[in-house]
Design a protein around this ligand. Structure first.
Ligand SMILES: [Cu+2]
Length: 158
């Protein structure tokens, strides 16, 4: 009988700790963006909305967030990210917020017109990609892979 009580007690402990974990949500959210500058803005926006951890990957366009479900939620975090100009899987940024982005950060957007979507190609400040350094295309940088860039002769081989 004693072992049974111990068993019950530990079962209780386990369920309590699970309840504790349940508040700590972890989510992966698709967020559009281009470069390291975007990464900083996306991550800090997520944190300002209550995320305890935020990490956005420019290649996968995935934002991994951790947060206390009692304090914030996925929708709030996405709203905060959209407010600084980045479309998320469920929340779209306003055109105004998108337009305020640095030229390099203007990710390709379905509704945006072609010219602004690829403004990176005409922008010497494309720091991360080094895409336009010396006006020459630097190897297989992301910007240079974009088909839209070809139109602007961005990626012409030197
Ligand atoms: Cu950027």
């Amino acid at each position: 009988m004693k072992t049974f009580k111990v068993y019950l007690f530990s079962l209780l402990l386990v369920s309590f700790s699970f309840a504790g974990f349940a508040q700590d949500q972890s989510e992966t959210i698709k967020v559009s963006g281009e470069c390291g500058m975007c990464q900083k803005k996306i991550e800090s926006a997520a944190k300002s909305a209550g995320a305890t951890f935020a990490s956005w990957d420019a290649d996968t366009k995935e934002l991994l967030v951790k947060y206390n479900a009692k304090k914030t939620d996925k929708a709030k975090i996405q709203k905060a990210v959209a407010t600084v100009g980045y479309d998320t899987q469920d929340v779209k940024a306003t055109d105004e917020a998108y337009e305020k982005l640095h030229g390099c950060c203007k990710y390709e957007r379905a509704s945006a017109n072609e010219a602004t979507a690829h403004s990176c190609c005409g922008d010497q400040k494309c720091a991360k990609e080094n895409c336009h350094k010396d006006g020459k295309c630097t190897k297989d940088m992301t910007c240079c892979k974009e088909s839209g860039c070809e139109k602007k002769d961005c990626c012409k081989k030197s």
